[in-house]
Design a protein around this ligand. Structure first.
Ligand SMILES: [Ca+2]
Length: 179
């Protein structure tokens, strides 16, 4: 099975945190492979440095900032015309009640009409408060037509109305699959 991988850490664009091994070995080196920036969008600017799983920065969602950083990419930029699924993984950390956090995957056509609207409720996977936990979910697109200008948005969404609820997200990885 051929796998296609598009992944990078979240904060490259704003803070130039590195995406390579050299950065991890030498904290004085800040580098990024600019090629890989394509596609990551600021669905919101929820980045903070108080809690992180890797490096300094992690994203977060809350009542006031319900949408996380995400990947937004047209299918024509994904080097396969046969994408069937997407596997999304990340390390997450929660504070507060936090019973309405999810991974969201949208596919829309060139006129922004929904072709696919998938949610995965991440609190179905029990994880402890204030402890980093890796989550993963595969979304199956079924027979969605991803040609003719369709694009996808993949992000975390916190719809919890509780002011105390926060979900931190780090080391976010998106992998497109052909089967
Ligand atoms: Ca990080």
């Amino acid at each position: 099975m051929k796998k296609l991988f598009i992944g990078l850490s979240l904060a490259f664009g704003l803070f130039a945190c590195g995406d390579n091994q050299e950065t991890a070995e030498n904290p004085l080196v800040f580098s990024t492979s600019i090629d890989n920036l394509q596609g990551w969008t600021k669905l919101s600017k929820n980045i903070q440095s108080e809690v992180s799983h890797s490096g300094i920065w992690a994203a977060y969602t809350s009542k006031k900032m319900p949408y996380s950083y995400g990947l937004e990419i047209p299918f024509q930029l994904i080097p396969s015309s046969n994408i069937k699924k997407v596997k999304v993984s990340a390390w997450v950390y929660k504070e507060g009640k936090n019973d309405k956090s999810s991974i969201a995957v949208e596919i829309r056509d060139k006129e922004d009409k929904f072709l696919f609207n998938g949610y995965h409720d991440i609190v179905k996977v029990p994880f402890e408060d204030k402890k980093w936990t890796k989550i993963e979910h595969v979304f199956d697109f079924g027979n969605v037509n991803t040609s003719d200008g369709a694009y996808t948005k993949i992000y975390f969404w916190n719809s919890d109305a509780d002011e105390t609820s926060k979900l931190y997200i780090d080391d976010y990885r998106v992998e497109f699959l052909e089967q």
